[in-house]
Design a protein around this ligand. Structure first.
Ligand code: IDP
Ligand code: MG
Length: 148
């Protein structure tokens, strides 16, 4: 089992897509182990996107993600990291496959609605950053019917 960090960015919150986005992870069979709505500090978002510090879009990205509430989530499941990246879709919504969140709802590489960890190390780092209080340890009864 893996746990991944997923975040609805301010454009997804402002556009009222939080419910539809959560539904995709929930109905896929992933287990929700953390959820909160926060307006993140500049320090938090800078740390989160530190790998992109030298990129030309970094300052705009930090400004965008700190501009309003985000919905921070942690989802657990078998291969949860790659499964979530597949639910999310390619970075640019215009190129992302239909059926993915970005493919269905997004038109831009900057305003691309949602973040998902890209590997096990990144997931551990991001979960510690956004959920220092820890996550909920539980197993939904329905998981009996999610995995054979
Ligand atoms: P990912 O979110 O699909 O993993 P990354 O390449 O890791 O994409 O980039 C992180 C985030 O930085 C993207 O989700 C997007 O919000 C932003 N970003 C990436 N490339 C660009 C760009 O060319 N212009 C503006 N924003 C970008
Ligand atoms: Mg990335």
């Amino acid at each position: 089992m893996q746990t991944t960090y997923v975040m609805v960015k301010p454009d997804g919150v402002q556009r009222g897509l939080v419910g539809q986005i959560i539904t995709r992870f929930e109905s896929k069979g992933l287990r929700l182990v953390g959820l909160k709505s926060i307006i993140p500090s500049r320090e938090l978002v800078e740390a989160h996107y530190a790998v992109h510090k030298e990129r030309p879009f970094y300052d705009g990205l930090v400004k965008f993600v700190t501009s309003g509430p985000v919905v921070a989530m942690a989802w657990t499941g078998l291969d949860a990291i790659s499964v979530s990246r597949n639910i999310i879709g390619a970075t640019n919504g215009r190129e992302a496959a239909m059926g993915t969140i970005r493919g269905d709802f997004g038109m831009d590489v900057g305003y691309n609605l949602i973040h998902g960890s890209d590997g096990e190390e990144t997931a551990a780092f991001e979960l510690g950053l956004w959920f220092p209080e820890g996550l909920n340890n539980w197993v939904p009864l329905r998981e009996t019917w999610v995995y054979e």
